[in-house]
Design a protein around this ligand. Structure first.
Ligand SMILES: C[S@@+](CC[C@H](N)C(=O)[O-])C[C@H]1O[C@@H](n2cnc3c(N)ncnc32)[C@H](O)[C@@H]1O
Length: 729
C-alpha cells in the first residue's frame, strides 16, 4: 500500500489540499461587509508584499552614504519596505570606469554604525557595484572586477546584511559564476543572493545576432549560472527576473513562464518604464505585466524591486508611491489567506515536497497509526465495495448460495467490513428472503500485531463469521491444503505503492496462484504505472542534501546491504556507493509542489494482471519517450498508477484521470543523479528495468536524451543491483 501514507500526513481531505492556498475572491473588498476590514486588507498588503526601491544615480548624492536612515524613512512614507543600496556607497557604486585608463575604483565608504544591525538586516539589501564585470573581454578590468566583487561580498558579510543583489548583464558569465561558486560553497556566511537576470537576451553585452543560439533564453542564462554554482541551495541563491517595458516571448508563453515555478525565484526587478498612466493619471501596469507577475506570484515571500530608469520621480512626488501601489494591487490577492483558512493550509503545506521513503509492508510490519491513516480514505474503500458488488452480481446470477472470498493482506480489516457490507447490499437488492447469498470470508495477514485487531474485529463487528489466517499469503496454498480450506471464487487485495507494484503486490499474489481455481477472480484485476518527466531544482537539491546524523548511522539503508557491527562495537550502515549516489538512486514518495511536469501526457510504464495463472515473470523493461517543448533541466520522472479493481471500477492517481477526493497515494519520484539539460525539440526517454532475485526486487534506470541531429546522451544506470533501493521479499 501506499508509501506516502508513512506518517499521519494525509488526513486532510483532498478538497482542502486543492484549495490549500485559499485565495480570496477577486472582488474581495466588496465581498467583505465592513469598510474597516477592507482597510485592514489594504494595510496588510503593505506589510505582506515587500516592495523595495533601487537607489539610482538620479538621487545619489554623496551625503546619502551617511544618511541611510533618512533615505529609508522617506521610502517608507511611499510604502517601500526595503531598499537596494550600493554596498560600497554611492560614490563607488556609480563610479564609471574609463576605457584604457588605469582604473582604480573608489574605496567602500558606507559606514555600518549609522544604523543598528537589525535595521540593516531588515531594510537594506546590498547591491554590488553595477560597473563590476568579471566576464569583461578586457582581462585587466575583469581582474579588477573580481577583486572588487570579493571586497563587496566581504563587506556585505561584515555588515551582516540578510540579502544582496547582483545584476548579470551577459548571456554567459562563467567567471562571475565561478567566483560565486567558491564563495557559497566555502564561506561560512549566509545571506540570500538575488541574481538579477537581464530583461532580454538582446540586451546582453555579449549578444551577437550571428553567433548567439536562436533558442537562447533568460531561463538558460539563469540555469547556466546556477549550474556554474553547482546548484547551490535555492534558499540562498535565487533568481530575480527583470521586467522591462517589452516582455520577451518567454515571459508571455505560459509553458515557458511555468519553468520559473520549478526554480528558486526570489522575485522581480521592475524597471519604471513598464508603467503607463491610467484614467486617473496614476502609474499603472499593463495587463500582460500583471498577468506575468500573477502567474509566478507563488508566495508573498517573493520580493519586488522598483528600478528607476528616469528621474521623473524626483519632480512628481507621488510617483514613487504609485509605482509601489500598482505592484501591490497586481499581486495582493494571489496568495491572500483569510484568517479562517490559514490554519488548514499551513498544515497541508508542511508536506509539500517532503521526501518520504516508500513503505515496505511486506518486509516491515506497519503500525497502528499507519493503518489508521489508510482507513481515512473513504473513496478507496467505496470503490472496493463497488468492485466486490460487481463480482457478487456476476457470480450470484446463477443463483448460487455461497461465494468464497479471501482478503489477502487484511491490515486491520477495513476491506473485510466492506466485503460483508457488499454481501448485505447484494442480498437486499437481488435476493429474496431465504435465498440469500452467503459470503464465506477468509482474511490472511502476516503482521502478527494486526492479527490481534482482526481477531477483535471478528469478535465484535463480524459476528465471528471470518476465518483469520496468520500467515504470509505465499504460504496459503500449503496451509489451506492442510486445513481443508475452500478454494476462492474471489481474492481481494490492496498491496499497492505509489507506482502500483512497488510494495511487491505481484510477488505476493503470485504466491497464492497454486491455490486458485481456473475461474477465480482477482480484485484488482490489473494495475498500470505511469511516468512523466519533471523539472524541479528544489527537489533535486533536497534529495542531494539529505545527510545521516551520527545517531542514525546504524539505521538500515533502503538498499541491499544491512547494518553491520563495526570493530568499535557500534552498528553502522555502510554506503560503499557514497552518500550522494545513495540519495539519488532511490525512489521517493513526494507530495510534489515546487515542480512542473514537462509533458502534457503521462505515459504507461509497467502493467501487471492477476491472477497470473501462467506464472509470467514479474521482471519488466520499459523505454518511454517524451518530446521536450522548451529549454529545461529534467530532474527526474514523477510516477503514478491506476488500479483496475473490477471491470470499470478504477482508481487512479494519474493527473489526467485522478480519482476525485482519493488521498491514499502521493506521486512517486524517480530522480536522476544530475539534472539533465534538454533543449526545445529534444526527446528524453526513461529506460527502466524491474529486476527480481531470490531476496527481493529493484529498479535500475537511466535517461536518454536525443538531439534533433541524432546525437544521443545517456545518463549512468542508477541503483545497479539494488544497492540503494531494494524491496525485500
Ligand atoms: C497496504 S496494507 C492494506 C491493509 C488493508 N487492506 C487496508 O486497506 O487498510 C497491506 C497489508 O498487507 C499485509 N501484507 C503484505 N504482504 C503480505 C503477505 N505476503 N502476506 C500477508 N500479508 C501481507 C501487510 O502487513 C498489510 O497489513
Amino acid at each position: 500500500m501506499s508509501s506516502h501514507r508513512t506518517y499521519a500526513d494525509d488526513l486532510f481531505p483532498q478538497e482542502v489540499m486543492d484549495s490549500g492556498t485559499a485565495t480570496p475572491p477577486q472582488d474581495y473588498p466588496s465581498s467583505t461587509s465592513s469598510q474597516s476590514s477592507h482597510q485592514h486588507y489594504l494595510e496588510s498588503a503593505n506589510s505582506r508584499i515587500h516592495v523595495g526601491w533601487v537607489t539610482s544615480p538620479y538621487e545619489a548624492k554623496e551625503e546619502l552614504d551617511t544618511a541611510i536612515s533618512g533615505h529609508c524613512s522617506r521610502l517608507g512614507e511611499a510604502k517601500y519596505t526595503f531598499v537596494a543600496f550600493p554596498v560600497g556607497g554611492v560614490v563607488r557604486g556609480f563610479w564609471k570606469p574609463v576605457e584604457g585608463a588605469k582604473n582604480e575604483p573608489p574605496a567602500i565608504q558606507l559606514p555600518d554604525v549609522q544604523l543598528a544591525n537589525n535595521l540593516w538586516e531588515t531594510y537594506v539589501t546590498g547591491r554590488t557595484s553595477p560597473w563590476i564585470d568579471c566576464d569583461s573581454e578586457d582581462p585587466k578590468f575583469a581582474e579588477i572586477s573580481e577583486e572588487s566583487l570579493i571586497t563587496e561580498l566581504n563587506y556585505i558579510a561584515y555588515m551582516g546584511l540578510n540579502s544582496m543583489t547582483i545584476q548579470l548583464n551577459r548571456i554567459s558569465s562563467p567567471r562571475t559564476a565561478a567566483l560565486f561558486n567558491k564563495w557559497v560553497w566555502t564561506r561560512n556566511t549566509r545571506f540570500t543572493m538575488w541574481i538579477q537576470l537581464p530583461s532580454s537576451v538582446e540586451q546582453c553585452l555579449d549578444f551577437d545576432p550571428q553567433s548567439t543560439p536562436k533558442n537562447m533564453d533568460i531561463w538558460t542564462i539563469w540555469a547556466n549560472f546556477r549550474q556554474g554554482c553547482y546548484n547551490f541551495s535555492g534558499v540562498y541563491l535565487q533568481a530575480m527576473l527583470r521586467i522591462a517595458g517589452d516582455l520577451p516571448d518567454e515571459f508571455v508563453d505560459t509553458k515557458r513562464v511555468d519553468r520559473w515555478k520549478a526554480e528558486p525565484l526570489g522575485g522581480f526587478v521592475v524597471e519604471t518604464d513598464v508603467y503607463a498612466t491610467d484614467r486617473n493619471g496614476m502609474a499603472s501596469l499593463s495587463s500582460a505585466h500583471i498577468s506575468f507577475l500573477r502567474q509566478l506570484w507563488s508566495s508573498d515571500d517573493l520580493r519586488i524591486l522598483v528600478d528607476p530608469k528616469t528621474d521623473t520621480f524626483l519632480y512628481n512626488v507621488t510617483l514613487k508611491a504609485e509605482y509601489a501601489l500598482a505592484l501591490r494591487q497586481a499581486v495582493r490577492d494571489v496568495n491572500y489567506k483569510s484568517s479562517e483558512s490559514s490554519t488548514t493550509s499551513l498544515a497541508v503545506s508542511e508536506y509539500k515536497d517532503v521526501l518520504q521513503a516508500p513503505l515496505q509492508p511486506l518486509s516491515e510490519n506497519l503500525d497502528s497509526s499507519v493503518y489508521n491513516v489508510f482507513e481515512q480514505d473513504k473513496i478507496k474503500y467505496d470503490a472496493y465495495g463497488d468492485a466486490v458488488m460487481g463480482v457478487l452480481k456476476e457470480l450470484g446470477a446463477d443463483g448460487r448460495k455461497e461465494i468464497v472470498i479471501y482478503l489477502l493482506g487484511g491490515g486491520r480489516g477495513p476491506i473485510g467490513t466492506t466485503i460483508l457490507r457488499a454481501e448485505k447490499d447484494y442480498n437486499t437488492k437481488f435476493r429474496q428472503k431465504g435465498d440469500h447469498l452467503k459470503v464465506k470470508l477468509y482474511i490472511v495477514e502476516k503482521n502478527a500485531n494486526a492479527i490481534i485487531t482482526l481477531r477483535y474485529m471478528n469478535h465484535r463487528t463480524w459476528r465471528r463469521r471470518v476465518t483469520i489466517i496468520e500467515s504470509d499469503m505465499r504460504r496459503l496454498p500449503e496451509i489451506a491444503r492442510k486445513m481443508n480450506y475452500h478454494q476462492p471464487d474471489l481474492i481481494v487485495s490492496e498491496l499497492l505503492g505509489s507506482i502500483g507494484d512497488n510494495e511487491l503486490s505481484p510477488e505476493c499474489l503470485d504466491g497464492v496462484t497454486d491455490f486458485l481455481k481456473p475461474e477465480t477472480i482477482s480484485i484488482p484485476q490489473k494495475y498500470i504505472s505511469y511516468v512523466a518527466p519533471i523539472m524541479s531544482n528544489h527537489i533535486h537539491q533536497t534529495i542531494r542534501a539529505q545527510s545521516i546524523p551520527y545517531l542514525a548511522r546504524g539505521l538500515p539503508s533502503h538498499g541491499r546491504l544491512q547494518p553491520e557491527l563495526n570493530g568499535e562495537g557500534a552498528w553502522v550502515q555502510l554506503y560503499p556507493q557514497g552518500d550522494i549516489i545513495n540519495n539519488m538512486d532511490q525512489i521517493y514518495v513526494v507530495f510534489l509542489s515546487k515542480y512542473i511536469s514537462l509533458s502534457r501526457q503521462t505515459k504507461e510504464m509497467f502493467t501487471f494482471q492477476h491472477p497470473n495463472f501462467q506464472h509470467s515473470t514479474n521482471e519488466r523493461s520499459a523505454f518511454i519517450e517524451f518530446p521536450i517543448d522548451r529549454n529545461t533541466d529534467i530532474m527526474g520522472f514523477a510516477g503514478y498508477f491506476d488500479l483496475h479493481l473490477y471491470k470499470n471500477v478504477i482508481l487512479s492517481t494519474v493527473p489526467e484521470t485522478h480519482t476525485p477526493g482519493m488521498m491514499s497515494w502521493f506521486p512517486a519520484l524517480i530522480p536522476l543523479r544530475e539534472q539533465l539539460r534538454a533543449d526545445d525539440g529534444d526527446t528524453v526517454a526513461l529506460k527502466i528495468n524491474r529486476k527480481v532475485d531470490q531476496g527481493g526486487v529493484w529498479y535500475e534506470w537511466s535517461a536518454q536524451l536525443k538531439k534533433p541531429n541524432g546525437e544521443i546522451i545517456t545518463t549512468p544506470i542508477q541503483n545497479p543491483n539494488g544497492e540503494s533501493y531494494y524491496m525485500r521479499m
